[in-house]
Design a protein around this ligand. Structure first.
Ligand code: DLL
Length: 446
């Protein structure tokens, strides 16, 4: 091949992946990288965190004697309570002088979960978020409107650093001030929108009320995550915002946004396996499920310095496939996270995730994509009430009929009997970050 052809080939390749050598290496090479890094991360945990060392030892493992990735399975799982139990910094492998930043998740009950980063951890996080943005189609120079909350939540700063790393200027909006969001998207000409999917919808709604049509904006890519969202919600968002919506996944305990992200094929989220080891287990037994089957995602970090996480149970339910993606990336794909174990509702014996109800409701004619699920105890039984809104302009005397249609839809698609109440537009609370989808009013402890 001549030099120019060679150069062109390289450029074409470069155009596809931000880190071609890392994103398209063979599965064998990936496994080698993982093994090497696993030894290093075990060494880090062993040397710096007595709690880890005791567990590694008790499992009969040693950082220097790991020959296969599967040996890790001898180690017990880590849970959120392990972090809480060592609040705030007890599982950190670095001292305060070596840290660059701390984040925390508020947690609805008990102690917050605190996570820390060295300068190197922040740099790797920025790299992975840049890789994620690129795989979703963002390019250097694209203006990024970042409406993830800044603060202890990892969404805002995580997306921010990733965009900067990619060479994208950032509008650091944060969540809130919704009237201003749409105006600035239009005025500044942002090409990429980062937000939770529910907040993206809220922005679109307020824009419409202001007479702004975001479909005429320059937005082309949406990087949406931090909460479960259905394929139906994706369509709704794309129709209202006039962009292509991509799913990005992550969690503070493991890093923040950018653990996995969709590529332009949008057929699962590439989990960046040079940095993380993914397992999927049966949440009841802890036994790994066969590839492609649904279960709880368990993650081991392969390069984190400040807070190594070994076999962390995420509570997130997904499926993982290592089948080659059409984009050419070799990293495994996590299929859309449908919900958390903790979010699963059991309504009269039927297991239901809020996102299943979302899929059944969204896109029904006359209904707006804003909803909340209320669960109450009635006598001995759990009662599910779905509060959803009518589209603006729908006459109130049609609400009952819309509700009947929704009851039928939920029964036939999800298999549960629910009461549906259709509210006037604006009556269901809007989110500025993660939407509150479920209000559980059942008596505690009963
Ligand atoms: O939500 C990090 C993040 C920020 C991800 C921005 C994507 C975009 P936490 O606040 O620690 O971190 O919450 C993590 O949110 O365990 C999942 O249950 C849920 N989650 C995150 N992304 C998705 C997604 C951030 N794409 C928890 N789909 C995780 C479904 C998601 N659930």
């Amino acid at each position: 091949m001549g030099m120019i052809a060679e150069a062109n080939r390289f450029t074409a390749h470069r155009a596809e992946f931000l880190h071609p050598l890392l994103e398209a290496m063979s599965r064998d090479q990936l496994a080698q990288v993982q093994l090497k890094r696993l030894r290093a991360v075990l060494r880090n945990a062993w040397d710096h965190v007595p709690w880890h060392r005791a567990r590694i030892e008790a499992a009969g493992l040693h950082p220097d004697s790991i020959d296969e990735l599967d040996e890790l399975r001898r180690l017990p799982f880590m849970m959120k309570d392990d972090l809480r139990g060592h609040y705030p910094f007890g599982l950190f492998a670095r001292s305060m002088e070596q840290l660059a930043r701390v984040h925390a998740s508020s947690g609805t009950t008990g102690q917050p979960t605190v996570v820390g980063y060295t300068p190197g951890d922040l740099a790797r996080w920025a790299d992975l978020m840049a890789r994620s943005l690129y795989s979703a189609g963002a390019r250097p120079g694209d203006l990024v409107h970042n409406a993830y909350g800044y603060g202890l939540f990892t969404g805002g700063l995580g997306a921010h650093q990733g965009a900067e790393r990619l060479g994208c200027p950032v509008v650091p909006m944060s969540g809130g001030g919704t009237e201003r969001q749409a105006k600035l998207i239009m005025d500044f000409g942002a090409k990429v929108l980062c937000a939770t999917p529910s907040y993206a919808l809220a922005i679109a709604e307020v824009a419409t009320q202001q007479g702004i049509d975001l479909r005429t904006s320059r937005l082309t890519v949406g990087m949406f995550g931090a909460e479960p969202w259905s394929a139906a919600l994706r369509e709704e968002i794309e129709a209202r915002l006039g962009l292509k919506a991509y799913d990005v996944y992550g969690l503070s305990e493991i890093m923040g946004p950018g653990v996995a992200c969709e590529c332009e094929c949008r057929n699962g989220l590439h989990g960046w396996e040079d940095h993380f080891l993914f397992e999927v287990i049966d949440p009841d037994t802890g036994v790994p499920v066969p590839e492609g089957e649904a279960g709880e995602l368990v993650i081991t970090t392969l390069a984190k310095e400040a807070l190594p996480m070994l076999r962390y149970r995420t509570r997130d339910i997904t499926r993982v496939t290592t089948e080659r993606c059409d984009c050419g990336r070799t990293h495994a794909r996590l299929l859309r996270v449908t919900g958390r174990n903790d979010d699963m509702l059991i309504i009269r014996g039927v297991n239901v995730y809020p996102s299943q109800i979302e899929s059944a409701l969204i896109g029904r004619p006359g209904l707006a994509p804003h909803y909340q699920l209320v669960i109450e105890r009635r006598g001995a039984l759990d009662h599910l009430r779905i509060e959803v809104e009518a589209e603006p302009g729908v006459a109130p005397d049609l609400f009952d009929e819309l509700a009947r249609d929704a009851v039928h839809q939920v029964k036939s698609l999800v298999g549960v009997t629910a009461e549906v109440v259709v509210h006037a537009p604006g009556d269901v609370p809007r989110s500025q970050g993660k939407a509150v989808r479920v209000r559980d009013l059942r008596p505690k402890g009963g």
